[in-house]
Design a protein around this ligand. Structure first.
Ligand SMILES: C[S@@+](CC[C@H](N)C(=O)[O-])C[C@H]1O[C@@H](n2cnc3c(N)ncnc32)[C@H](O)[C@@H]1O
Ligand code: SF4
Length: 449
């Protein structure tokens, strides 16, 4: 074991507090309330009519899955009843109508992402009905749309239909190939199934394949996580997301299927993260943010190199949209005024839409200083460095000096830079730069390490 890993193991306890994931700034638990509907729509109206409008980004949450994977922390609804498909798509399209009224006759669309749940729970016909309508007045810009698929629930017909609609990127949920782990997470998914979907997507013409794999799953040993990397490397995906499993049984009851004693220790998590990272770098992948890896020619690697990497609720992207419209249950939207999130429960969301109400349960209205901190947090998470805010409290300086003293960052009067080997501590750096950090295990999602 090399010194860097030994050093990180020593720091693990110190920095293993539950802190926000910083997928947004401020993080969801610190949101102060949604902007008014009229202001929200006016902002979309205004910014899509700017002289040089950037494209808008669209996210659609398709929540249904046929079987429960017990590890899963996503917002999903388990059902084998496919009669739910058509009414759900009707509802999403009705929600889309409310936006169509403020969008120009033709608008630039830079991103369209179908996430879940399992988008491929829906038939090819329903997916086509949804996407064709969303694209009706869109001028596509960018490198094609993206979709998350569950390899055991995806057909050639679905992939061909999505390809015809302009989808070029596919994200395949792999998680783990280990049989013991697969049993505990209720996701029996042999390598051949993943390979079949991968080969199918490539043969149809998808140009970018991402695979999600996890470390820290119940009864997953370090060598199991590393073996998974070797296995998917055979398929040479363009991108690999190597996530640490987040144990949040208070919001994902399926995780009670196993006990905390089944979970790897912090030491094992760090070893899996670090040895996995080393392996991926040796295989020629470039690190993107904390836990993503991309081949050098991939758009994300190129964007990182040129300082154009961005991040939104859908993940890392090389596109920079001013407006993100999230449709469907639990989706989050963003514009210059702030964030807002839709109802998290299918029935409540559908009822709200059918009554002509706004299906929003919460949000955040940006304060003047949010903009600065938000840029700083985004720089840290994308570029691993940032200028420091104009004012930092003594407490914040102390936290930063401590991180510097532990050899994780380079710190000057005006700048912070995360050392290459310390990317996994990026969230701790964000927490030190966030004047409002609250550590609260009940509301924060996921573990730092
Ligand atoms: C919506 S899910 C996957 C899409 C598809 N339903 C599937 O199962 O393949 C998106 C990703 O979130 C990640 N994820 C879900 N639960 C997680 C957890 N508890 N901790 C860390 N990552 C998680 C998984 O890697 C998963 O692939
Ligand atoms: S991992 Fe995917 S298929 Fe499994 S429950 Fe979560 S969203 Fe559904």
């Amino acid at each position: 074991m090399n010194n860097t890993i030994e050093h990180k193991l020593q720091l693990a306890d110190k920095y293993s507090a539950r802190i926000p994931r910083y997928t947004s700034y401020p993080p969801v638990p610190q949101w102060n309330g949604s902007p008014l509907q009229t202001d929200w729509m006016q902002e979309i109206y205004r910014s899509t009519r700017a002289t040089e409008p950037k494209g808008i980004a669209l996210y659609v949450h398709l929540p249904f899955c046929e079987d429960l994977c017990t590890y899963c922390g996503c917002n999903k609804r388990i059902t084998k009843n496919h009669a739910v498909e058509a009414p759900y798509i009707d509802t999403v399209l009705k929600e889309w109508d409310s936006y169509s009224q403020v969008l120009p006759d033709r608008f630039k669309l830079s991103e369209l992402h179908l996430g879940g749940g399992t988008p491929t729970f829906f038939s090819a016909q329903e997916l086509k009905r949804l996407v064709s309508k969303l694209l009706e007045n869109a001028i596509p810009v960018g490198e094609g749309w993206s979709v998350e698929v569950h390899p055991s629930h995806t057909t050639r017909e679905q992939l061909e239909t999505l390809y015809e609609l302009g989808f070029r990127r596919i994200s395949i949920g792999v998680q783990s190939f280990n049989k013991r782990v697969q049993f505990l997470i209720n996701r029996i998914q042999p390598f051949d199934v993943v390979k079949e979907i991968n080969d199918m997507a490539r043969s149809i013409g998808f140009t970018s394949v991402n695979m999600d794999i996890l470390y820290g799953l119940p009864q997953q040993r370090v060598e199991d996580a590393l073996a998974d990397i070797d296995t998917i490397a055979e398929l040479r995906p363009d991108r690999i997301a190597y996530y640490g499993y987040a144990h949040v049984p208070w919001k994902a009851a399926g995780q009670r299927r196993y006990s905390e004693a089944d979970l790897p220790t912090t030491r094992e998590r760090i070893l899996s993260a670090e040895l996995g990272r080393e392996k991926l770098l040796n295989m020629g992948y470039h690190p993107i943010g904390m836990d993503h890896f991309a081949l050098p020619q991939d758009a994300l690697s190129q964007a990182f190199k040129s300082g154009n990497l961005h991040r939104n609720f859908m993940g890392y992207t090389e596109q920079h949209a001013d407006i993100l419209i999230g449709l469907g249950v639990s989706s989050i939207s963003e514009n210059k005024l702030g964030y807002r999130q839709n109802e998290r429960v299918v029935e409540a969301y559908s009822e709200s839409i059918s009554k002509g109400e706004i299906p929003v349960i919460g949000g955040h209205t940006f304060t003047p200083q949010d903009a600065d901190i938000s840029t700083i947090i985004s720089n840290v998470m994308c570029n691993m460095e940032s200028a420091l805010p104009a004012a930092l409290s003594d407490k914040q300086w102390n936290q930063l000096r401590e991180l510097a003293g532990d050899g994780l960052i380079e710190l000057s009067e005006s700048k912070v830079k995360i050392k290459d080997h310390a990317r996994m501590f990026a969230r701790s750096v964000c927490a030190a730069l966030d004047p409002q950090t609250q550590i609260d295990s009940e509301v924060m999602y996921g573990q730092n390490l």
